[in-house]
Design a protein around this ligand. Sequence first.
Ligand code: FES
Length: 254
Amino acid sequence: MLPANNNIKDMRVKMITLWINDKQYQAAEGQSVLQVALDNGIEIPHLCYHESLSSQGSCRLCLVEVTKGSKTIMTTSCTYPAMEGIKVQTDTLEIKKARRLVMELLLPLAPDAPKIKALASELGVTEPRLGPEPENDNCIKCGLCVRACDELVGAHAITFAGRGVARTVEPPYDEEAENCIGCGTCVQVCPTECIVMEDQGMERRIDKWKRTLKLKACKNCGRPFITFAEIDFMQTKAKNPPPEEWFDYCPDCR
Ligand code: FES
């Protein structure tokens, strides 16, 4: 697993030279090939990569060909580290074919997700390889929500369950995610919009995590804007927590 791009930037690293699509680039050793490509304006389709999170290579969409010495392999660019002298191709016929196959398998998992539909059409995929999943929830099992909750928030509220095609993301033991603070980070990173967070009156609901939380209203405009659980979490877990009064006002009124 490669660390998040942010961590690389903070580290003292040596610079290396690599080739992407026959052009020479400089990169920090330890960056992934995908990070180097994106930093240099080379688009590689990707769904499970986020620059602030570690990479796991779960969606398989960011495939590239890497030549190191006399050996060429096809691999996921988000998990392959940039190394001195490697030659990367991002758009060969073989890669396009492999990406289309990956997309044909992803499409039935999230046939209604706008981002998946747009990527499928970009890649020329019109038909899924298999029929729609019987219990379709638009989740492609990329794990971004789990990594965001673990690595960015530190709440560890959700997890993977099951294996293979039966793999799902759910609260532990499929019961209410008691560690969920209702911050919505999982909602923001999800590429298929399959996690719905709804505010109704003074309550926030995230049905996917079986969670309902009480909201606090802004003292100025009266708008409910943050859960009490998130305030409590920030005050107990943050290194330099804001003073209590800071949570009396919403971001707009603050
Ligand atoms: S972005 Fe690389 S495998 Fe998903």
